[in-house]
Design a protein around this ligand. Structure first.
Ligand SMILES: [Zn+2]
Ligand SMILES: [Zn+2]
Length: 172
């Protein structure tokens, strides 16, 4: 009885402690969410679009279109540049990914489907990109635009600096 219980708790402990499992799980959840959103909106979530989103979700860094193309061809999706560009266009247009202008590269969105003006923090040491939502900044920009009678349709904030992990490593 006792051994049975401990065996069971060990097994669940292994799963919970495995970062790869939880990471894969998050990616699978994000892909499933994207799939259901596409279904709701009548959009086609084709295998190549799904693969490109999966590649973006696997990375902490932003990835360029050329690198995505290389990975697509490695996984048997063909090596025609329009394949990658069209999929990236679809993902950014429908809010599943964002383009980081400064890097000319792409990242998966952390809250697809929600209307938001993202702000990106780009680490100049490790190239990681973190998405945040800059409500106060957008509010400031919104009032400034209102004063000038300007209608904002799209705004992105990109800040360059050093991420927490790199700051901690610098201290060691
Ligand atoms: Zn986003
Ligand atoms: Zn960093």
């Amino acid at each position: 009885m006792t051994s049975k219980r401990s065996h069971r708790s060990n097994r669940s402990g292994d799963i919970a402690d495995s970062p790869k499992w939880s990471c894969d799980n998050t990616i699978q959840q994000a892909l499933a969410t994207a799939e259901s959103r596409c279904r709701e909106k009548g959009l086609r979530f084709t295998p190549v679009r799904r693969k490109v989103l999966e590649l973006l979700l696997q990375e902490k860094k932003a990835i360029g279109a050329y690198e995505i193309l290389e990975r697509l061809s490695e996984t048997g999706f063909g090596s025609q540049p329009p394949v990658a560009y069209r999929s990236l266009g679809f993902l950014t247009r429908h809010g599943f990914a964002h383009k980081i202008e400064r890097l000319n590269a792409f990242v998966a969105c952390i809250c697809p489907g929600e209307k938001h003006a993202p702000a990106f923090m780009i680490c100049r040491l490790c190239d990681s990109v973190t998405e945040a939502h800059s409500f106060s900044l957008n509010h400031v920009l919104g009032s400034a635009a209102e004063a000038k009678g300007f209608q904002i349709e799209h705004s992105t904030v990109e800040a360059e600096g050093i991420c927490m992990t790199c700051v901690e490593q610098l201290r060691i």
